[in-house]
Design a protein around this ligand. Sequence first.
Ligand code: PLP
Length: 293
Amino acid sequence: MTAINSRLITLDPVSYPGKDIIVDVLRLDKIHPVISGNKWYKLRFYLKQAIEQHKKTICTFGGAWSNHIVATAAACAENGLQSIGIIRGEKPAVLSNTLQEAIGYGMQLYFTSREDFRNKKIPFDNSHESILTVLEGGFGIPGAEGASTILELVQPGNYTDIFCACGTGTMLAGLAMAAAPQTRVTGISVLKNHTGLEKDTRSLMGTSKKDFTVMHDFHQGGYAKKTEALIDFMNRFYSQTGIPSDFVYTGKLFYALDQLLAEGYFAPHSRILAIHSGGLQGNSSLENGTLIF
Ligand SMILES: *Cc1c(COP(=O)(O)O)cnc(C)c1O
């Protein structure tokens, strides 16, 4: 079992010829081959809470390819906790790589109908006080507070902009709370028509009045959907920078940045921090040969 190692994180500058703009990519993907970087940060205070409250088990929710499910399984295993994953949909004949990996970390899986999943129904007696239940994606105030600590890895005041990919908005909320007053914070939503995202994000920010922006036009068809242009871009970005991305989150983030740069969205001398939030394990759902990395 590989341990989580935040010392492996690097800040990789990407320059855009003729633009005098630098994008620093914070490589949270490097902390672990499976545990997606931002998921570990979102989980850290839930883990702390579980340990302090003498819980034995963390129970959480996700889909068959969920980065959060496998990250929870691995993080619990590392911390001597048990884990339970409640998975959306009927049990398939062949489990996804993600779920096999989660089982490898000792996670116990329950499959529930889409309707029960939507209603966050727990298919066993969870009245037991030894279980801590965490929402899908780690959504919640402890998740956002954990995500705030991502900015301890950099000098946040150096940046004109911080960009990240958004699912639930938990990471965006954390980044916005920890960003310097002069820094613009922007999330690229990977879902189509996720109209509640700004409100959800704000709900995790406590008394912080910090502004943030969500861009809703870079989802490439919707959650876990992809276009040929996105895949081509991810391969090109990898050959130019050596940085791998995933097609659900970070590929859409870097593609959005590329398009915004090309449109002249950023002023000269902008210095942009882009959070590489991990998620590379999700690429294993793609057909072999789709990506060059
Ligand atoms: C879950 C995830 C996100 C989205 O994080 P939220 O806090 O849910 O917005 C972004 N990138 C990757 C790689 C993820 O796995």
